[in-house]
Design a protein around this ligand. Structure first.
Ligand SMILES: [Zn+2]
Length: 298
């Protein structure tokens, strides 16, 4: 036996042990990081994960009229339903920009009003309101904003106003925020907020969330139509309204006062439990992998 060969034989067990340890470590850390990455990805994909730290709310924006029902016709012949859709989408977009945690839904995002069939409906406007209100209630949001525009014989009438339920303090406060923000950008005149107790409105009275029907201006006032039709002014008005909601939601729908607080707490607990289980499974898999690996014996 040569000395060279003897030397090689003596070193072999140490090489084997070292290599085995490296393999085990690689398997354990590889599996662990794989599971943790998966958890991180899941956390990112689930928007409700952020609920516990930031405001979470849900609003549905209803563009008034649509389909066969054009609403009022403006001084530039553009219909109220077209204005309503532009403003509804604009307000929703601004809300999401200001706080992406607020879920924004719409009753319609184009001219279609699929909840009412013009060919079978005997009373189109009534069936439209029933279908619209049912849709809102099904979606179960915290807030509803129905966007409309006024019209009067007197073409000098101008300004914005809103209708809320008499006992809806939230919508009343939100209107005050909106009026303040519209004043700041110098838009028209605050005509005030009215209770539907004296002026019942289906979309406000027959829906479950905090509901407001806003009349944003007069289709019969040439100057106001011009302002409302300007893309720059529209962007400003939409942002002012969106801010009115976000300001209110920020103060009221935080995790501690959120009406869904218990539900959210439970979900967070379930998520923590799931994470713990995933970690345990990862450790178990690593152990099994280590056992399956031949141990260095020599
Ligand atoms: Zn209208």
């Amino acid at each position: 036996m040569s000395t060279k060969r003897k030397k090689k034989r003596q070193l072999r067990p140490w090489v084997k042990i070292t290599l085995s340890i490296i393999v085990i470590l690689l398997v354990v850390f590889g599996l662990k990081s794989c599971f943790f990455d998966q958890e991180k990805r899941q956390a990112k994909a689930d928007p409700d994960q952020e609920v516990m730290t930031t405001a979470k709310s849900k609003i549905i924006i209803d563009a008034g009229h649509g389909g066969m029902d054009g609403g009022a016709i403006s001084t530039i012949q553009k219909t109220e339903k077209e204005f309503a859709l532009e403003y509804a989408l604009g307000i929703g977009e601004e809300i999401q920009k200001l706080d992406p945690n607020i879920e924004v839904l719409y009753t319609r995002v184009n001219d279609e009003t699929p909840w009412v069939d013009p060919y079978t409906s005997l009373n189109y406007e009534y069936d439209d309101l029933i279908g619209r209100a049912n849709l809102v209630n099904e979606k179960d949001p915290y807030y509803l904003l129905s966007v409309h525009f006024n019209s009067r014989e007197d073409v000098n009438e101008s300004g914005f106003e809103a209708y809320v339920r008499g006992d809806d303090a939230a919508s009343d406060q939100i209107y005050q925020n909106i009026a303040k923000n519209l004043k700041e950008i110098g838009y028209s005149k605050d005509r005030g907020v009215f209770s539907t107790e004296t002026y019942p409105l289906h979309m406000v009275d027959m829906t479950t969330p905090s509901a407001m029907l806003i009349e944003l201006g007069f289709m019969t006032n040439e100057q106001e139509v011009k302002t409302l039709n300007s893309p720059q002014m529209r962007a400003k008005i939409c942002k002012a309204i969106a801010k009115g909601y976000v300001e209110y939601i920020k103060d009221h729908d935080n995790p501690d006062t959120n009406p869904q607080k218990e539900k959210l707490k439970k979900r967070a607990e379930e998520d923590a439990k799931k994470q713990e289980e995933a970690q345990k499974a990862a450790e178990q898999a690593a152990q099994q992998a280590a056992q399956a690996n031949p141990q260095p014996v020599q």
